[in-house]
Design a protein around this ligand. Structure first.
Ligand code: IPD
Length: 276
């Protein structure tokens, strides 16, 4: 089962451009939404439409490929199991809260895994026309231009990104606040863009030096993980082990030294349930 990755990349690039027009147009006004797991976990009709558009478009070319999509995963079946089959991991609108408010930091995030290895990743903010792409072994790109992470090794000089997340769970919020306070004391600066995929893309671009978050899902970070690594960065578990895409934990950094320093500073949190 040879997968034509060139073709996969071309097909998904075109679909993402098409779906992006929908997001950009709808971002001109604030959006109606419904809540999912709680009152700050949101979904709009555009999330559903974009996911459908991408899945239908991919299926037309690759009828055997599997999907793990954010919106279909919130149905009764939950998150589908990741197998060795070519599997597209899709967040149709990452930064839905931003999108609902017409705050222009939302993106489509798509990764393709084959034999559980991420082969390509795209993060596209169609409102600001920011397109981050990577193919395994071929580098990372921002609007077609090759990008590299910064060489920052010290937390005291690093610009960090993270998120409040999409839950008001007390235990989780306590850890988020504790870590924000630690970063405010030790890092150069802390930024919260409102999209996990865009945060990671900023690390790849060399604009931010590291990003960590507890509570992300596979679709938030599948593409970002590859884009950061292809830009020369590292992606690990926030406690220092290997990155596990289903663990709902991520730490991306420009250098291993910076990553290690952050693992020592962070208060750890293990969100449940996992994605698998
Ligand atoms: C969320 C956003 C948010 C992050 C959450 C994600 P969604 O994705 O990236 O910034 O804090 O962990 O789940 O729900 O907007 O696709």
């Amino acid at each position: 089962d040879n997968v034509d990755l060139e073709k996969c990349f071309e097909v998904v690039s075109n679909l993402v451009s098409e779906a992006g027009r929908l997001i950009a147009r709808n971002n001109e006004t604030r959006q109606e939404f419904v809540t999912k797991s709680n009152d700050i976990d949101l979904v709009t009709q555009t999330d559903k439409d974009v996911e459908q558009l991408l899945m239908d478009g991919i299926r037309r070319h690759f009828p055997d490929h599997k999907f793990i999509g954010e919106e279909e995963s919130s149905g009764e079946e939950g998150v589908k199991k990741l197998t060795n089959d070519p599997t597209w991991i899709i967040d149709p609108v990452d930064g839905t809260m931003n999108f609902v408010h017409a705050f222009p930091h939302s993106c489509i995030s798509v990764g393709l895994k084959v034999n559980k290895v991420t082969e390509l990743g795209l993060v596209y903010n169609p409102i600001l026309e920011q397109r981050f792409t990577a193919r395994r072994g071929h580098g990372a790109f921002y609007n077609g231009r090759r990008i590299r992470v910064s060489d920052q090794q010290e937390l005291s000089k690093a610009l960090i990104t993270s998120e409040f997340g999409t839950t008001r769970d007390e235990a989780k919020m306590k850890v988020v606040n504790e870590n924000f306070e630690k970063m405010a004391k030790r890092a150069h600066g802390l930024r919260v863009l409102g999209s996990a995929a865009l945060n990671m893309s900023m690390v790849a671009l060399g604009a931010a030096d590291a990003n960590y978050e507890f509570g992300i899902h596979a679709w938030d970070v599948c593409a970002g993980d590859l884009i950061v690594r292809e830009a020369g960065g590292v992606v690990i578990d926030p406690a220092g082990g290997d990155f596990d895409i289903m663990s709902r934990r991520v730490l991306a950094a420009a250098t291993p030294q910076l990553a290690q320093e952050i693992t020592k500073v962070l208060t750890q949190f293990y969100p449940l349930p996992r994605d698998d």
